[in-house]
Design a binder for this molecule. Structure first.
Ligand code: SF4
Length: 291
């Protein structure tokens, strides 16, 4: 493996890696057991082989987010010598620190503004996006890459849903888009070890305890993480609250009427509406008994 170290200047929005992949033995996909460095070398070689095998004449389209997985995908493409152009779909609810980091360290990444912001979209749909109805992704995130081979940093280890993904796929929403999830089998520690070994500068938000970095308020992440996000970026919470208040004035909810605060409480709980009201009822009973 080429372990060339690329130094980038330090900044508020970025940190040199502290965390590593540990020293334990790890299994690789052929069933053999290798030391971490050997495993990383194996994963690296696999990635190189795949990128060289499928390289299209026009080059790859890299779907870039600025998170740890996509900076590894970027680095792999860079080292492979394959042609590629990198694209970041801005969502209007990206953490400001992430945007500053990408601007500083990845100036070549093409940043695409959405036609509509998250808040305009919510106003139009009159409800907040949920895990079951994440209408925002199709409009804000999954744009671009038609008729191209798209490289991503999606990994099986990220979630149960993603554990079913394969390295080579055709996009479900755009059949002209072929996807290579180049680090699909990498574990978290592989990613961090790669970043540490190659001294790649990463976004400082990871050092604040954010294990994943993405849209502020994303309904696909845990309730705890969303609350942590809103503590960190309180103005975004206010913006979501005010937007849903506006939307409820246009069209009252069957469950929440025009009560935006109640709606927001439910939204942040990640519960079903039934479970949310059940939990509230119980809290009310306990409060009455205490009085
Ligand atoms: S908030 Fe979540 S679901 Fe919506 S666009 Fe962002 S990542 Fe996709």
């Amino acid at each position: 493996m080429d372990l060339r170290t690329e130094q980038r200047p330090d900044a508020e929005t970025s940190r040199k890696p502290q965390d590593g992949g540990g020293t334990q033995e790890c299994a690789v996909e052929d069933g053999s057991v290798k030391q971490p460095n050997e495993r990383l070398a194996y994963l690296f070689e696999q990635a190189m082989e795949t990128l060289h095998r499928y390289e299209p004449p026009e080059g790859y389209y890299l779907a870039f987010s600025g998170g740890k997985d996509s900076i590894v995908a970027y680095d792999l493409l860079n080292r492979s010598g394959c042609r590629f152009d990198a694209h970041m779909n801005l969502t209007s609810v990206d953490p400001p620190e992430l945007l500053a980091y990408v601007k500083q360290y990845y100036p070549d990444v093409l940043r695409h503004r959405p036609e509509m912001t998250m808040f305009q979209l919510i106003e139009k749909r009159c409800f907040l996006p949920t895990a079951r109805s994440r209408y925002c992704c199709a409009v804000l995130k999954e744009r671009g890459g038609s008729n191209r081979i798209v490289v991503t940093g999606i990994r099986k280890a990220e979630s149960h849903r993603r554990s079913k993904r394969q390295m080579l796929e055709t996009s479900k929403t755009d059949k002209t888009k072929r996807m290579i999830h180049i680090i699909i089998d990498w574990k978290d520690k592989d990613v961090w070890q790669y970043i540490r070994t190659l001294n790649i500068t990463y976004c400082s938000l990871y050092d604040e305890g954010f294990k994943r970095i993405g849209c502020i308020g994303c309904p696909m992440i845990s309730s705890n993480l969303r609350c942590k996000q809103f503590q960190r970026w309180p103005r975004h919470k206010i913006a979501y609250r005010n937007t849903i208040a506006k939307a409820l004035k246009q069209k009252a909810s069957n469950y929440f009427g025009t009560d935006a605060d109640l709606y927001l409480d439910w939204w942040l709980s990640n519960m079903s509406i039934k479970a949310f009201f059940g939990a509230r009822e119980q809290t009310d009973i306990f409060q009455e008994e205490e009085q």
